[in-house]
Ligand binder design. Structure first.
Ligand SMILES: [Zn+2]
Length: 150
């Protein structure tokens, strides 16, 4: 299980190697995504709280990257945080997520991205429920729910 200490280590010393990489140009991403998905995932945007479709979704399934379809989280690690964004306590796999220190808006936060395509997802905070203590706060627009369980 990942802990805050490991998350900080990834953001400072480098991230785990992803299983594969997906790289596309701005124009290719723009053509593939809706304007809101493009703004959030490729330009580090944030959707308004409580507006995301997946906030209140608790169906079983995997939450995949909307850009490259790589599984990022699943329904077993989703929890209701009342923040207005889908929240998770762990990534589906250690190397699914990429971490980077984010000092915008006068705060020090840890940004989370898809480790496969660098799509912006949201941030991770050390105030989640036990045992990991992590709260991945992720834009609904950055993910698609795949309800088919393998
Ligand atoms: Zn991706």
């Amino acid at each position: 299980m990942l802990t805050w200490k490991e998350v900080i280590n990834f953001s400072v010393k480098g991230n785990p190697t992803p299983d594969k990489r997906v790289e596309k140009t701005e124009a290719e991403w723009r053509a593939q995504l809706t304007p809101e998905q493009f703004r959030i995932t490729r330009h580090k945007g944030t959707e308004r709280a409580h507006t995301g479709e997946l906030c209140t979704a608790y169906d079983e399934g995997k939450y995949n990257c909307v850009c490259c379809n790589t599984p990022l989280f699943d329904s077993t690690i989703k929890f209701s945080s009342s923040t207005g964004w889908p929240s998770f306590t762990q990534p589906i796999k250690e190397n699914a997520i990429k971490y980077e220190k984010d000092t915008t808006f006068g705060m020090v936060r840890v940004e989370v991205m898809c480790n496969t395509c660098d799509g912006h997802l949201g941030h991770v905070f050390p105030d989640g429920p036990e045992p990991s203590g992590l709260r991945y706060c992720v834009n609904s627009e950055s993910m698609i729910l795949d309800k088919e369980i393998a």
